[in-house]
Design a protein around this ligand. Structure first.
Ligand SMILES: *[C@@H]1O[C@H](CO)[C@@H](O)[C@H](O)[C@H]1NC(C)=O
Ligand SMILES: *[C@@H]1O[C@H](CO)[C@@H](O)[C@H](O)[C@H]1NC(C)=O
Ligand SMILES: *[C@@H]1O[C@H](CO)[C@@H](O)[C@H](O)[C@H]1NC(C)=O
Ligand SMILES: *[C@@H]1O[C@H](CO)[C@@H](O)[C@H](O)[C@H]1NC(C)=O
Ligand SMILES: *[C@@H]1O[C@H](CO)[C@@H](O)[C@H](O)[C@H]1NC(C)=O
Ligand SMILES: *[C@@H]1O[C@H](CO)[C@@H](O)[C@H](O)[C@H]1NC(C)=O
Length: 306
């Protein structure tokens, strides 16, 4: 048997395997940034992890769910389940054992070449590995910069194996979740996440925090302004970080002081204390202290603790 016919038999065998097996790729819609890089191992074989329909098998997403059609493309591209990596993760290719005597290598191709599996000859600098692959090979990190990369099977007998699915879409993402190199992710007040279609990881802040790195505490959410006053955050971090705009009759930093002077029985269920020549406070009696400075202005101008 010649090498050529043996190769054809092998390809036919693999084709049989792939026709019967439909693969739905495992996919997380949203991933959280790992603090440690992780190795990914891709089995370079059309037998196990080749999907063909872009939306339902390879990404397990509905077109309608993702909204707009992403790009004009033939949706049926048999390929190894697309891979998403964090910058710094390592990638290993584990070659199909039965291919090892046929001389395989991978090439870095453009998106168009990935879709069409061109027959054109490849340049030396497109080769991913210096030698043909046998067993487990690590992809040089130089091929795994931030962005989407397309790797396709290179075989001197043409693009057949690529068309059968020996091509890989690898997207490498970086994170923008740290204010400085050694700062905690999202200042410890949020999660560093990426949606499958996003190009990078960004902070999603817990409630009461905001800012690119969740570094800002939203002081107004603690409700420092009383008596229906409105609260505004001040940008300077020095001194007071919020400002209350008091409704009529109220004054003071937190709008807890009442404009005027104590009169007999102005404070219902409370004790009246003059604060300044123009303002006074009602200190609510025990049992009404739950909301010390929250008053209700009654029709006869009294302040009621409740
Ligand atoms: C995709 O759409 C089908 C019906 O149109 C629905 O049954 C299925 O749950 C959807 N899948 C996802 C992941 O939204
Ligand atoms: C997609 O490609 C397959 C195989 O190459 C072909 O049969 C099919 O007609 C194409 N579909 C579209 C919409 O171009
Ligand atoms: C891989 O191929 C693409 C498309 O041809 C090219 O833009 C990119 O620079 C190549 N990557 C490397 C690391 O050479
Ligand atoms: C490759 O994967 C990315 C997502 O990581 C996707 O946006 C892109 O459309 C895919 N490319 C092709 C040609 O399927
Ligand atoms: C205003 O409220 C804050 C806490 O919400 C408190 O620390 C501060 O002492 C209050 N200031 C005055 C003048 O009552
Ligand atoms: C605050 O405003 C609401 C309606 O906007 C009103 O019902 C309530 O009595 C007000 N509270 C005070 C303390 O003025």
């Amino acid at each position: 048997m010649t090498m050529k016919s043996a190769f054809c038999i092998l390809v036919c065998f693999l084709q049989l395997c792939t026709v019967n097996g439909q693969v739905i790729c495992e996919r997380q819609i949203i991933t959280e940034w790992r603090t440690e890089p992780k190795p990914a191992i891709i089995k370079w074989t059309p037998r196990e992890n080749v999907c063909s329909d872009f939306y339902t098998e390879c990404w397990n997403l509905n077109k309608s769910v993702t909204g707009e059609v992403l790009e004009e493309q033939n949706l049926s591209i048999p390929q190894i389940c697309p891979l998403q990596l964090q910058l710094g993760d390592s990638l290993f290719i584990s070659s199909e054992p039965s291919f090892q005597s046929y001389g395989m290598n991978l090439v870095n191709v453009s998106k168009e070449e990935f879709i069409n599996c061109p027959k054109a000859a490849f340049l030396q600098e497109q080769l991913i590995f210096v030698c043909q692959i046998r067993g487990l090979h690590q992809v040089d990190p130089n091929w795994l910069g931030v962005g989407t990369h397309y790797f396709a099977e290179l075989h001197r007998r043409g693009p057949l194996l690529c068309s059968m699915g020996l091509r890989l879409n690898v997207t490498v993402k970086q994170q923008f979740c740290q204010q400085s190199l050694d700062a905690p992710l999202c200042s410890g007040h949020g999660k560093c996440l990426s949606h499958v279609w996003e190009k990078a990881y960004h902070c999603h802040c817990f409630s009461q925090y905001s800012g690119t790195f969740c570094q800002k505490f939203d002081v107004c959410s603690t409700k420092p302004c009383h008596n229906n006053a409105s609260c505004a955050e001040k940008s300077e971090l020095s001194g007071d970080s919020y400002e209350c705009t008091c409704p009529p009759k109220f004054s003071g930093k937190n709008c807890t002081e009442i404009i005027g002077q104590c009169q007999p029985s102005t404070c219902v269920n409370g004790n009246c204390i003059n604060v300044t020549p123009n303002t006074f406070l009602c200190e609510c009696n025990k049992g009404f202290t739950g909301r010390k400075h929250l008053f209700s202005l009654s029709y006869n101008n009294n302040f009621i603790c409740y």
